[in-house]
Design a protein around this ligand. Structure first.
Ligand code: IPM
Ligand code: MG
Length: 352
């Protein structure tokens, strides 16, 4: 199993190092190749996604990704900014299906900004389309119109793009609570009108899954009002970006949530959904659990190693149950452990 390891910027290095410790401890036949990505790659090579990095990612069976983003590069041209690396990888590798689970660990229900009874037992999955929509739609740019600057982007979806992500959503729902909520803005946007029509067509192939539709503004509200009403949410790239950040905070910490970005052949890129967190980078306090759980998703979705994935997830639960907390999930006054201590504890819990 060939794994491309792309730690990236900010806390990326620290958290990926802990996930690697956990993966190595499993003693599976895995080959790791590491390459720079994001701001660190730009500094080294002048490009956030150098050819060598893309080639390594192409050849791998799966990619373990840390984070990109560095405010030192906010003012360079957009095509060279760190974020372009992750957008470029998604597009170049056809990683169209982004799976973002948000679940509340019983031990952490108090860490949520919502009342514990609203979130206790929460387990939802956001399926976000990742290679289309206004993120990649052309034309886009900034032009002069009537003597002033005008910015413009294009929201667009082809029916084939909607169909394939709808299938991902239905298949995921079928394996879980059998309920799929498609989120759009069909009351205003033509793109969403088509989205909704296509999802309804695809639904005919999944009579066992209950389909509902929700406008994105209402979905944002329902996620904080009563998040447990959802099982699987399927939505476009932009709406999914926003709703998945919102959903992450239901769980108490964005530092806990893994994600998978899959192509049509089960190759995937696995990354924590939090960013590079420059404010705490290099301090050894970042929570490595989202990355460790991303490694578990990698084993399950790309490498067919379900048992190993479960071992990691069980170890994480055990460590949480034993009371270990990084700063982001610690109750006020509670003892906090650092990044490495948390990683080491997960490794130790694997063995038992
Ligand atoms: C995410 C991030 C990215 C996105 C950024 C870094 C380009 O917010 O993965 O959700 O907008 O997709
Ligand atoms: Mg985002």
């Amino acid at each position: 199993m060939k794994i491309a390891v792309l730690p990236g910027d900010g806390i990326g290095q620290e958290i990926v190092a802990e996930a690697m410790k956990v993966l190595r401890a499993l003693k599976l036949p895995m080959d790791f190749g590491e390459a720079p990505v994001g701001g660190v790659a730009y500094e080294k090579t002048g490009h956030p996604l150098p050819e060598g990095t893309l080639a390594l990612a192409r050849e791998a069976d799966a990619i373990l990704f840390g984070a990109v983003g560095d405010s030192r590069f906010d003012n360079i041209e957009r095509s060279k900014r760190p974020e372009q690396a992750i957008l470029g990888l998604r597009k170049a590798l056809g990683l169209f299906a982004n799976l973002r689970p948000a679940m509340v660990y019983p031990e952490l229900a108090d860490a949520s900004a919502l009342r514990p009874e609203v979130v206790a037992g929460l387990d939802i999955l956001i399926v976000r389309e990742l290679t289309g929509d206004i993120y990649f739609g052309e034309p886009k740019g900034i032009r002069m119109t009537d003597g002033e600057r005008e910015g413009f982007d294009t929201m667009r979806y082809r029916e084939s793009e909607v169909r394939r992500i709808a299938h991902t959503g239905f298949l995921a729902a079928r394996k879980r609570g059998k309920r799929l909520c498609s989120v759009d803005k069909a009351n205003v946007l033509d793109t969403s009108q088509l989205w909704r029509e296509v999802v309804i067509e695809v639904a005919k192939e999944y009579p066992d899954v209950e389909l509902s539709h929700m406008y994105v503004d209402n979905a944002a509200m329902q996620l904080v009002r009563n998040p447990k009403q959802f099982d699987v949410i399927v939505t476009g790239n932009l709406f999914g970006d926003i709703l998945s950040d919102e959903a992450s905070m239901l769980t108490g910490s964005i530092g806990m949530l893994p994600s998978a970005s899959m192509d049509k052949n089960n190759k995937g890129l696995f990354e924590p959904i939090h960013g590079s967190a420059p404010d705490i980078a290099g301090k050894g306090v970042a929570n490595p659990l989202a990355t460790i759980l991303s490694a578990a998703m990698m084993l399950r979705y790309s490498l067919n190693q379900d048992a190993a994935a479960e071992r990691i997830e069980a170890a994480v639960r055990k460590v949480l149950a034993s009371g270990l907390r990084t700063a982001d999930i610690a109750a006020p006054g509670a003892k906090r452990v650092g990044t490495q201590e948390m990683g080491n504890a997960v490794v130790a819990a694997l063995g038992a």
